[in-house]
Design a protein around this ligand. Sequence first.
Ligand SMILES: [Zn+2]
Length: 563
Amino acid sequence: MPDTKTLIRNAVIYDGTGAPAREGWDVLVDGDQIADVGRSLSHARATVVDADGLALMPGIIDSHTHYDAQVTWDPTLDPSSSLGVTTAVIGNCGFTIAPCRADDRDLIMRNLTQVEGMSLDALRAGIDWSFETVPEYLDAIEDRGVAINVAAFIGHSSVRTYVMGTAATERAANDDEIAAMRAIVDAGMTAGAIGFATSTAPQHNGAGGIPMPSRLADDRELETLGGVLADHGRGIFMLTKGDRTDVPYLERFAEKIGRPVMIAALLHNSTNPMGTHDELAAIAEACGRGRELWGQVSCCPLTMDFTIRSAYPFESLSAWAPAMKAAADDLPARLSDPNLRDAVRAELATPAGVRIFNGEWQKLAVVEAARPENAAAEGDTVAELARRAGADPLDWMLDFAISDGLDTVFTAVLLNSDEDAVAKMITHPHASVALSDAGAHLTFFCDAGFGLHLLGHWCRDLGVLSLEAAVHELTGKPAGIFRIPERGRIVPGYRADLLLFDPKTIGRTANRRVFDLPGGGPRLTTGAAGVHGVWVNGKRIVGPTGPTVGTRRSGRLLREFDA
Ligand SMILES: [Zn+2]
């Protein structure tokens, strides 16, 4: 029988609690568990790994991913598994693929294409639809196997579509429909979901620019579905908020359902510089009154590559709706319409609480022109190019894109670029650092390496937080918030999810474009620097030279959570 013990010797241990690091300690792994932690451990038959003074921490818990579709074709959850993530929470914002009837599959896929920037061809070629209900979906993940641990939210928009069909994007639900949705959430919680996720955010639009179904829910529906968590005495309520569901509303909501509420997506907006700080302050006050609210923040600048055909930064503007509805042939004509342009300008001139693009043309640049005669514009900002041409920036951008066959790749630094502001947010006691959106927005950005970026950029380079605090933020803290038992710490009896790294070089590498989606579609991906080993449930999935083979089933579908 092969021996399943591993002895990691001479590491600097960051145990995930925030306690001071311990130098020259050893960790003994037996099967899927941490068996012992201490000095000079020995075990005759263990595989010995000499850490040689490198840092050892629990594996990263990424609580905001969208691997719901990818997990059905890629058990490695690439790239997260090679970036130190050992547990991924899927189904965020309520954009799941279960429950789903066979007849609704195309609708669900087209919505995901729009709202989470996933290639429709990849989804059509890739998703293994061997399920209909939430419990069947969870079983399917388990049967297929996965390299890292996965916990799944029940997704509001899919539940709504399942019960209401196309009316899900048109109107509030009636009593019978709410009761039917309630039963689905109840069955999902019984089967082991981590909680319930929804979105009221204006940038969340489905196929053809119609709002995602959850945006049509009224308070009664939200409270009934959130109440299922109260009945079960466990589960996290996750919401990407819009203007209506502000912090005072969510405080009342948390009081009603008596469960933790995770509020996304708190990203710093330079045109409303106090907005997210005020929200975190309001969250802290609510917590002082006994509610459990968390603000989900990001340690990465939100930078998006996009083309005008799929211009996510503009899609939360209601004035952009005609462009989203337009057929491909008709798009240049729509975008040339002065009425549309005037309406977009007018809307951008009106301040908004929740909006990802706010008319900062100096933060929008041409990355790549499609036609050689347009290449001179590459690398310059739209503000500068428009100024030189004596044109309005919106007119310049749309005219240029039309002259370039609508294939120009633009990049926009949308939010979270003010490092002083972000430093305050990521160290806020009621914030949780996440928002990688891994598995989504595949051609727009890739922040799956957010954890390595926190350790390298914010901790080592800027000294904004200690390594102990950063490790806690990525491990023990989210394990506590999400009630994930026996993970997120290096203590005997816990599961052996571990990340061995070099603090001097840890980080993420620059994004690069690869063409490896089902059907050959493109996505952005990122690599790890300074990662020397990743273990999931005691099995090594990344060695010193990269991912190891034969470990595509080392993860578990997590179904049991603390209250
Ligand atoms: Zn999301």
